[in-house]
Ligand binder design. Structure first.
Ligand SMILES: [Mn+2]
Length: 463
């Protein structure tokens, strides 16, 4: 690869030094003799000549050049250099470095591109500047805590972002689960989050307001702010969060970054800034935190989330994240399903399964989804009894319109029901369901739902 770097001074030479030694041969072309001398003295290959004269380019054999880089500050001058290059060589690829969008007059020239200096700076340098800031913050955070116990408090139903952040804070402080427990007034309930703390061996303790400062314990909040809680928390040492500040609060240290998609991103920046390589466990927790809070970088995520994600990725256990996201089914629930499947009968492409009493609600939609894989099935209707509620989940292969409407029509007045055309759900208190249907069984669900699906399908077919 042969580069031709056209410039006014030796700034570009310094910028391209590593490129020159590692990837390619770079020939510098400058107008000023003193600059040429300087580049040469520092080990660069350089030619000197009038940048607007054809002769200059003839001498350097332009046809050997793969890529020309033009860094001339004055817009008009740069433009003329680029035009001359294009006249001399139709197939030369040209990159112009510009302070702003100048000289972009030939958008149809596919071999010409512009890199803007502010963009380059933002991409490559801004994170470094942020590192300095983050290093200061980590120093401050470390100075907040004495030898006393620290409670890391998270929201009532801790989510992966909070859990990952809490773990990161503990690592930053060089503490362990005995001296720095993660605490909540509630508990983890979502199956994925339960799987996360099980696989990553994370302990979350329940605490009461009275015990928050027991024996002089200090208090840190991550992914949540003091006003979230119903009662005053007493002295708060640290708040690191990405939610908007709705009500003022007092804390000894606060780092709120409302533009961020996840608190885990803030903690990842802390780690990176102080050059601390995350353990696989921590990287997995943080990566999963960012992934879930940003819906895989789609919702409310910014460049910072993306670069934190990229930083963590090589350290994290991706296979474990896949396992966390698809928690294994409890054995009893699988057996209930096996029994139900063995009795399965199809009416007009509708598979109806009642699983009876089951432990985990998320098994029901998973099974409805699974039904669609059975030959001849166009609708999957799966119900189960979860504690004192009847849960019914409906899936169809997608060309019919009305899963949500049907569920609403049937069950909305005795429970909550709704959904989209291809997936829907109803949750009905057991006593209200029995009041209307007498019992909870496959039969009563089939008798209610199948006629509506069949009727709807016919309407669609004829209309
Ligand atoms: Mn969050």
């Amino acid at each position: 690869m042969q580069y031709l770097a056209i410039c006014e001074d030796d700034l570009l030479f310094h910028l391209m030094r590593n490129v020159a030694s590692k990837q390619a041969e770079v020939l510098f072309l400058v107008q000023d003799a003193a600059v040429a001398k300087r580049i040469k003295r520092q080990g660069g290959k350089v030619r000197q000549g009038d940048l607007l004269k054809e002769d200059t380019y003839k001498r350097i054999k332009l046809h050997h050049v793969d890529q020309a880089i033009v860094f001339v500050r004055e817009a008009d001058f740069q433009d003329r250099v680029c035009r001359l290059l294009r006249t001399l060589d139709k197939s030369l690829s040209i990159v112009a470095l510009t302070p702003d969008k100048n000289g972009a007059k030939e958008p149809e020239d596919s071999l010409f591109s512009q890199l803007q200096l502010p963009d380059i700076f933002e991409e490559f340098c801004a994170t470094r500047l942020l590192d300095t800031l983050n290093r200061k913050k980590v120093e401050r955070i470390r100075s907040l805590f004495s030898e006393k116990k620290i409670h890391i408090l998270v929201q009532h139903d801790p989510d992966p972002d909070a859990i990952g952040s809490a773990l990161a804070l503990r690592e930053l402080l060089g503490r362990n689960r005995i001296t720095t427990p993660i605490v909540t007034f509630g508990e983890v309930t979502r199956p994925e989050n339960l799987a996360m703390i099980r696989f990553l061996d994370i302990q979350i303790d329940r605490i009461t307001y009275e015990d928050l400062h027991k024996d002089g314990a200090q208090l840190a909040l991550v992914d949540v702010q003091p006003p979230y809680f119903d009662k005053p928390l007493g002295r708060v040492d640290l708040v690191v969060d990405h939610h908007p500040k709705r009500t003022p609060f007092k804390a000894r240290f606060t780092d709120l970054r409302t533009g961020y998609g996840a608190t885990s991103t803030i903690f990842t920046e802390y780690l990176r800034a102080i050059g601390m390589e995350p353990s696989q466990r921590l990287a997995t927790a943080l990566l999963y935190g960012i992934k879930t809070d940003t819906l895989f970088l789609e919702r409310g995520s910014i460049l910072a989330d993306l670069s934190a994600f990229t930083f963590l990725y090589p350290f994290a256990n991706k296979a474990m994240i896949t396992r966390i996201e698809r928690p294994a089914l409890p054995r009893e629930d699988l057996e209930a399903l096996g029994r139900a499947l063995s009795r399965l009968q199809l009416d007009d492409g509708v598979a109806v399964i009642h699983m009876g009493e089951i432990n985990r609600e998320d098994v029901i939609p998973q099974m409805a989804e699974f039904c669609l894989h059975i030959e001849g099935v166009e609708w999957g209707v799966v119900s189960g009894l979860v504690k004192d509620r009847v849960v019914i989940s409906v899936r169809n292969v997608g060309y019919v319109r009305s899963a949500g409407d049907i569920m609403k029509k049937l069950y909305d007045d005795i429970g909550s029901a709704g959904g989209h055309r291809a997936m829907a759900k109803a949750v009905i208190p057991l006593d209200r369901f029995k009041e209307r249907y007498g019992e909870v069984s496959e039969k009563v669900i089939r008798q209610a739902i199948v006629p509506m699906i069949v009727e709807r399908d016919e309407q669609t077919a004829h209309g």
